[in-house]
Design a protein around this ligand. Structure first.
Ligand code: SF4
Ligand code: SF4
Length: 74
């Protein structure tokens, strides 16, 4: 069975520190050119179908700006 996942960012909580970018073993997270209302650049994810739901990004984020969903595909 393959495990898969989904990552969601709370952009208003993000400070653009890039810790999650370095933490993702699949290199799915990148810094966008968007700024949140506090003026920080925010992250996004690409090729999200490759997300395994490992939650390394979630564990690394100091601002609780990441939510990870994980499920199993039969
Ligand atoms: S859950 Fe894992 S694979 Fe998915 S974006 Fe976060 S660090 Fe990357
Ligand atoms: S670790 Fe959290 S605060 Fe830092 S860039 Fe990633 S989502 Fe934003």
């Amino acid at each position: 069975m393959a495990k898969t996942g989904w990552v969601i960012f709370a952009e208003e909580q993000c400070k653009g520190c890039e810790l999650c970018i370095n933490a993702c073993p699949k290199k799915l997270i990148f810094l966008t050119e968007r700024l949140n209302q506090s003026g920080y650049p925010v992250v996004g994810a690409t090729e999200t179908d490759k997300c395994t739901g490992c939650a390394m990004c979630y564990l690394m984020c100091p601002d609780l700006a990441i939510k990870v969903e994980r499920w199993t595909v039969p």
